[in-house]
Design a protein around this ligand. Sequence first.
Ligand SMILES: *[C@@H]1O[C@H](CO)[C@@H](O)[C@H](O)[C@H]1NC(C)=O
Length: 396
Amino acid sequence: MKTIILASAFVAGIAAQSGAWQQCGGKGWSGATTCVSGYTCTYSNDWYSQCLPGAPAATTTTTTSTRQTTLTTSTTTAAPSSTTSTAATGKFKWLGANEAGAEFGQDTYPGRWGTEFTFPSTSAIQTLIGQGYNIFRVAFSMERLAPNTLTNTFDPAYLQNLTQTINYITSAGAYAVLDPHNFGRYYGNIITSTADFQSFWGKLATQFVSNSRVVFDTNNEYHDMDQTLVFNLNQAAINGIRAAGATSQYIFVEGNSWSGAWTWVSSGNAASLVNLKDPQNKIIYEMHQYLDSDGSGTSTACVSTDIGVQRLLAATAWLRANGKLGVLGEFAGGANSVCKTAVTGLLDHLKANSDVWTGALWWAAGPWWGDYMYGFEPPSGTGYTYYNSLLKNYLP
Ligand SMILES: *[C@@H]1O[C@H](CO)[C@@H](O)[C@H](O)[C@H]1NC(C)=O
């Protein structure tokens, strides 16, 4: 009996090995548990082990528990050594960039066009579309669109400029994400009226009711809020959008804790937001991930060359275990080689798991970034000149 089991396990191992960056273990996993040559199956958490580059650690300790042993393996596994990987299989639905500008001047409302805020440059967007990027997340401010009260009539001039930007993108064949860049707040106060929020979303969806290349993103980065309120606001947005007759569009929902991928499970977002309901079944879970030490995206430094992968593993496992789809709505790294390897690993991981990850959007393009460390505005943005050639390897 023992011999037979060993033999069949051996055969299965030969017949199906997991590829580079793919899953190779975890609770409920029934696929291959060994990796292709050059990769080692590495424990990440109880739900997810992954094929990471490198040979197994030279020694394994027989006296420690499995968990300790595999953690040791994890820390001694070689980091990805190449910055141009073609190993990852799979295909994104979307790859693109955030478009910042209309949300600038976040403490001055309404603010002046051209002074506190501006709108994205359609010619810069065209440059990106011309290279194959196909999604743009357009940030705007709820206070400028609906001044004074959330249920107010939309400001016609701000709405017109926003609509022109969105329509430019979708007419060119790309997807445009409407991103109220409000952190779950309105004039600095946490939004508590789900009815008002639903009304706001119904009105906005009405403007784009027949444009199926528009994506509705309920709000940017809820944080420090009651988890039930975050759930209720997302559900209210979904209800308002669908009730307006906008039934063909994807809806990006976001979580508490700045919608971080690395804390998606530990923060409670996973357990709560798994229960969101959309009659059209077109919810996509939008998470954000930066690679600096506190994950805030405020430093050019990345923690390590494999931090991009490490910070996504639990979220990937959650998406798959629950039959959900995700999108990395914001990510970036500094213009340096450690970050470049980390970003490569992140993109390889997303792509290898493109059954659950639909794509990713760099933070951020926009006309006013100047020499901002992550700026992706063509032709001379710091992030654009350093990362465009890498990102283009992952175009849909
Ligand atoms: C809209 O854009 C035009 C330029 O195209 C500008 O003159 C106007 O001030 C803008 N208004 C708002 C509210 O953004």
